[in-house]
Ligand binder design. Structure first.
Ligand SMILES: Cc1cc2nc3c(=O)[nH]c(=O)nc-3n(C[C@H](O)[C@H](O)[C@H](O)COP(=O)(O)OP(=O)(O)OC[C@H]3O[C@@H](n4cnc5c(N)ncnc54)[C@H](O)[C@@H]3O)c2cc1C
Length: 468
């Protein structure tokens, strides 16, 4: 199954819809809901037998400024501009400014619309300030999981009577006159093919994290680590975009994560590091500023001996971490080690006791303000690490890519010359994101931000342009 463009007009179709959406993650479902609300008949085509995408694998936290949900939590001084400033600060000004403004202005109204139209409840997480965010603005469904977020969006699609055709992998786009996408071809698991005609097409099939060739081509520094996103995201939007002459931007941008329990493959919250934990390599030595950012830490870890590190922390942090379902799961499978003192810690981790003791003494000095960290971390804001200790072995992973199709302010895909394709739209991981061209540009929540905000715009524009 390869992603292809076929240049042919008037291809016979098995079915037709005003708007066809490729992918049933957050972006595709929000786009479908908006297109339907605009008066268009919509079909969503999803390659999996049961929709999941990276959306269901995610934590489901969506940053949105100045919403009524945020105000109800007592936060009344946030604004799209503040979110924009935070995003640009994290990417050191390298995020596309127009896309960043578009996403920040759209996400609040999109979240309120999902609540008004489909009763999706949002809670604002005000117990932990995500690194780089100047306000508490992470919204989640009450269950606080990506799985529940996807379930709510699927429920809304059911209420809106939007058909979601599963086990339907889109392999070809038919490009007709005037660069209009006239139809798509779907491949079924048994090998059968169907052609669906469309008035407008929304690409919501995420990025290329599940395509090892593209990962090696665009982000070789993370190719040695595991991919922890949805395996079915094989870069089809990028491949179609290349073949169409679309403008592709920031393909070297991605979200990594420097705290995936190894070999169990369970996400260990970065909050452990923010609360005072440290990471050491197999030689028992720190190698970075752990408060720099969890995304770029993935690359730091992959550069260490054996491409692993140990998260070291104490009981206070362990008790705090127990609030995270993933952490409890890591406990259940035995990934979390406990040790009464440094000697026991060395024994349960296999780390050299001498180096480990030296590192912990150095960290105690940094915490007490007796020394300055050579990596630039300020330890003085959190309590000193105390025995008994806890530890978990982790590696760096690729979560999702951030580059993709450049879109205009109506989420229409644009070509290399900056001209928009007439009926081709994109959002979420299929489109260029707001994280800039490198791993360090990812601010927590940039993924679902562009999935929901750009899905909202793409669906509205596609629906308005293609409705009867
Ligand atoms: C572990 C983890 C935690 C995360 N936590 C957060 C978080 O808390 N907050 C946040 O903002 N972001 C988070 N993210 C990122 C977030 O999950 C993604 O940015 C977001 O889900 C992207 O949404 P999407 O709709 O573009 O893609 P997806 O949800 O991946 O949906 C794409 C869909 O397209 C389908 N598809 C692909 N190709 C085809 C094809 N050819 N034909 C038909 N269907 C196709 C796929 O099967 C998939 O269902 C996390 C990611 C991971 C991996």
């Amino acid at each position: 199954m390869t992603a292809e463009i076929v240049r042919r007009t008037g291809v016979p179709t098995d079915a037709v819809a005003d708007v066809v959406v490729v992918g049933a993650g957050a972006c595709g479902l929000v786009a479908a809901l908006r297109a339907k609300a605009a008066g268009a008949e919509v079909i969503v085509l999803e390659r999996d037998a049961s929709p999941s995408g990276s959306t269901a694998m995610s934590s489901g936290f969506v940053p949105a400024p100045a919403t009524r949900f945020q105000r109800a939590t007592g936060i009344d001084d946030d604004s799209p501009q503040r979110l924009q400033d935070d995003i640009l600060a994290k990417s050191e000004g390298n995020s596309d400014p127009d896309l960043t403004r578009l996403a920040c202005n759209t996400i609040g109204p999109a979240m309120e619309w999902l609540s008004d139209a489909f009763g999706i409840d949002w809670v604002v997480l005000d117990d932990f300030l995500y690194p780089g965010h100047s306000r508490h603005r992470m919204h989640a469904v009450p269950e606080k999981t990506g799985e529940a977020l996807l379930a709510r969006l699927l429920g809304a699609a059911e209420v809106a009577e939007i058909p979601i055709v599963t086990s339907a992998c889109v392999t070809r786009l038919f490009e007709g006159e005037g660069r209009r996408i006239e139809a798509v071809e779907v491949e079924r698991p048994g090998g059968a093919h169907e052609v669906i005609g469309c008035g407008a097409l929304v690409l919501a099939c995420n990025g290329y994290g599940g395509n090892p060739d593209l990962v090696r081509r665009y982000i070789p520094e993370i190719a040695g680590g595991p991919y922890f996103g949805h395996a079915g995201n094989r870069g089809d939007a990028v491949l179609w975009g290349e073949a169409l002459g679309a403008r592709l931007e920031h393909l070297s941008g991605y979200q990594g994560h420097g705290s995936l329990a190894h070999p169990q493959g369970i996400l260990i919250s970065w909050a452990l590091m923010m609360e005072g934990g440290i990471q050491v390599n197999t030689e028992g030595q720190r190698f970075s500023n752990e408060n720099g950012g969890y995304s770029e830490q993935a690359v730091e870890i992959l550069a260490q001996p054996g491409a692993v590190a140990w998260n070291l922390y104490d009981r206070r942090i362990h008790d705090f971490a127990l609030a995270f379902p993933d952490y409890r799961q890591a406990m259940e499978v035995g990934a979390i080690r406990e040790a009464v003192d440094v000697a026991a810690l060395a024994a349960v981790t296999g780390l050299p006791e001498g180096a480990l003791g030296k590192t912990l003494r150095e960290v105690a000095d940094l915490q007490a303000g007796r020394a300055v960290d050579r990596f630039g971390r300020d330890f003085t804001t959190k309590p000193a690490l105390q025995q008994p200790f806890h530890a978990v072995k982790v590696t760096g992973a690729l979560f999702h890519t951030q580059g993709g199709l450049m879109i205009d302010d109506q989420a229409r895909v644009v070509d290399d010359a900056g001209k928009s394709f007439p009926n081709l739209f994109a959002g979420g991981g299929a489109a260029c994101g707001v994280s800039g061209p490198s791993v360090s540009g990812y601010l927590s929540g940039n993924g679902l931000l562009t999935a929901i905000a750009f899905g909202f715009i793409a669906g509205t524009s596609a629906g308005v342009s293609a409705r009867p």
